[in-house]
Design a protein. Structure first.
Length: 312
């Protein structure tokens, strides 16, 4: 969006995240410009790692950590996160909540413990997550200690957003699909369950991952009122696997937004048909909006969803 690019021309990414009025501005502008039914606060999942003393930096190649964690001693060296270390995110939430119409809910979010751990261990993005998998297999004690730390700081971070005005929160487990179902159940599920159980009651939790078609039942067992689906699974089949016992969010392939308006509408129609009007479907992409996506295509998508899903 040009409005966002204008803000980024004067603020770096991390600076923008740490400037509450600017973070609130881009949150509210996006919701208004696109006509969506809810807003999600502008932030980043890795912000909780910076106060741990790991040397977080955002580069053209993606986020990088100058001091990755490679063993139990590295876990012990992580700094405790002060209670007010992420107060700027909560402040942005409060500003955005006051600026948005009362009819537009505001969603807070955080990274899930496994995905945060991959960045801590790998030092940045990874193609195979080899270091992470070796860590969780070779030193279960250090792995659990690391996850415990991440559960505590993430729960505090999400609760602060809720206290500031977020009416729902989303947990992003972007890389958990790299695990087998067996390892997910043994090494990740108990920690996620504990995290979700530590959040403020009566606030909906969206539990989202990518590449997780083999993990959906286990993710449901870990918790969450809504299970996010990426585009690699049919929505109707995935929802049936979950016994329609939870809501689902998704799951249009983000690349569809580069297609013609007619093709966008065709795919929206198909996806809504799979939802079959069942209560509990949150229409969304299967992951984030890609760079270069035409803004008018996003707006058209929103209009199509509103039109085609309207109660008549």
């Amino acid at each position: 969006m040009p409005e966002y690019r204008a803000v980024r021309d004067r603020l770096g990414f991390l600076e923008l995240c740490k400037t509450p009025d600017a973070a609130a501005e881009v949150t509210v502008t996006a919701a208004r410009r696109l006509g969506v039914d809810a807003a999600i606060i502008f932030a980043d999942i890795l912000l909780v790692l910076e106060p741990m003393g790991v040397g977080l930096a955002y580069t053209d190649e993606g986020p990088r950590l100058g001091h990755p964690v490679r063993d139990g001693a590295g876990v012990d060296r992580l700094a405790e996160v002060p209670a007010d270390a992420l107060a700027y995110v909560a402040e942005a939430v409060g500003l955005a909540r006051r600026a948005l119409p009362s009819t537009v809910p505001l969603i807070g979010f955080a990274g899930a413990p496994f995905t945060l751990a991959t960045y801590l261990i790998e030092g940045g993005p990874s193609a195979d997550f080899l270091r992470t998998k070796r860590f969780l297999r070779d030193d279960a004690g250090a792995w659990d200690a690391l996850m415990d730390r991440l559960v505590r700081v993430t729960a505090d971070h999400l609760n602060a957003q809720i206290d500031a005005g977020a009416q729902a929160v989303q947990l992003f487990d972007s890389w958990v699909g790299t695990l087998s179902p067996t390892e997910y159940r043994a090494r990740v599920l108990p920690h996620v369950r504990r995290l979700i159980g530590a959040l403020r009651p009566d606030v909906p939790v969206i539990h989202f991952g990518t590449g997780t078609s083999g993990l959906l039942e286990a993710m449901r067992a870990a918790g969450g009122d809504v299970i996010g689906l990426d585009w690699r699974v049919d929505l109707d089949a995935a929802w049936a696997r979950l016994d329609h016992a939870v809501a689902v969010q998704g799951n249009l392939d983000p690349t569809v937004l580069f297609a013609s308006p007619a093709e966008i509408r065709r795919q929206v129609t198909d996806l809504l048909g799979r939802a079959a009007g069942r209560p509990g479907h949150v229409f969304n992409l299967g992951h984030g909006v890609l760079p270069g996506t035409p803004v008018d295509h996003v707006r058209r998508l929103v209009d199509d969803v509103h039109e085609l899903s309207a109660v008549r």
